[in-house]
Design a protein around this ligand. Structure first.
Ligand code: NAP
Length: 249
């Protein structure tokens, strides 16, 4: 892949204040893209915007929750006003509210489904309208290995991430006519603030089950997002690509 393969392209990365999203925003910015940074934590995105503004492309800060329609409308209005186009949407924002089924509250179920599934729907609906006009788009959705295997204590999260896979396959079919590709990534166990909360003994046992012998890094996922964002992946759509060190084969 040539360097600066994304010059002239505009990318929105949701939930990029930390973790995998931050690595994705940094990576796409290094490739020359103009980046729209989004998170619910304004301090985190302001800091990230400052850090990546030296990479050459323009940076636009759009705070707000992907799970709240007026926030999403405001984010896309700002993108239309400032950048006029959107080539790449990375639906990265995601949350966990783990509990066993019999203890899980309506609120824990609703919060996770709202951000992880409805948030992806809201953002794609807005982005696809812009991409249709352009006759071009790349949409990358963050699913999870949990959607493929299930995971005790994560019925809400697994359902949301499996929903993302159904959405990915359906929208790949619907949007292909506009030359918009839609793919999903299913990361395995990646070292981020989200997985920091996992107790050490459980972390060790998960890593023991990873054939490549280590937890993933945010950069491992960001490298795949970069590939799915460029023309090197122009003929790939509707796919779920695992990035898991062999954790699930
Ligand atoms: P993370 O460290 O928790 O980062 C997620 C980011 O999303 C945070 O900055 C968070 O903001 C932001 N966010 C939360 N709710 C939001 C909302 N409603 N609107 C906008 N931004 C919001 O998570 P991560 O580990 O980097 O995960 C990134 C994505 O990969 C998620 O979709 C996750 O489900 C998926 N994934 C992760 C793993 C893993 O092992 N880490 C594995 C499989 C899939 P705050 O910091 O303010 O909460």
């Amino acid at each position: 892949m040539t360097s600066n393969s994304l010059s002239g392209k505009t990318a929105l990365v949701t939930g990029c204040g930390r973790g995998i999203g931050k690595a994705i925003a940094e990576t796409l910015a290094k490739e020359g893209a103009d980046i729209v940074v989004n998170d619910i934590d304004p301090d985190a995105v302001e800091k990230l915007a400052k850090d990546i503004s030296g990479f050459g492309g323009r940076v636009l800060v759009c705070c707000g929750s992907v799970g709240v329609t007026p926030d999403v409308t405001a984010i896309f209005s700002k993108i239309k006003k400032e950048f006029k186009r959107l080539d790449i949407l990375v639906n990265n924002a995601g949350i966990t509210r783990d509990n066993m089924l019999l203890q899980m509250s309506d609120q824990e179920w609703d919060q996770v489904l709202n951000v992880n599934l409805k948030g992806v729907f809201y953002c794609i609906r807005e982005a696809a309208a812009m991409m249709k006009e352009q006759g071009y788009g790349r949409i990358v959705n963050l699913s999870s290995v949990t959607a493929l295997t299930g995971n005790v204590g994560q019925v809400n999260y697994a359902a949301s991430k499996a929903g993302v896979i159904g959405m990915t396959k359906t929208l790949a079919r619907e949007l292909a006519r506009y030359q918009i590709t839609v793919n999903a990534i299913a990361p395995g166990f990646i070292e981020t603030p989200m997985t920091e909360a996992v107790p050490d003994d459980i972390k060790k046992s998960i890593v023991r089950g990873i054939p490549l012998g280590r937890a993933g890094k945010p950069q491992d996922v960001a490298n795949l997002v970069k590939f799915l964002s460029t023309d090197d992946s122009a003929y790939i759509t509707g796919q779920v690509i695992s990035c898991n060190g062999g954790l699930y084969i």
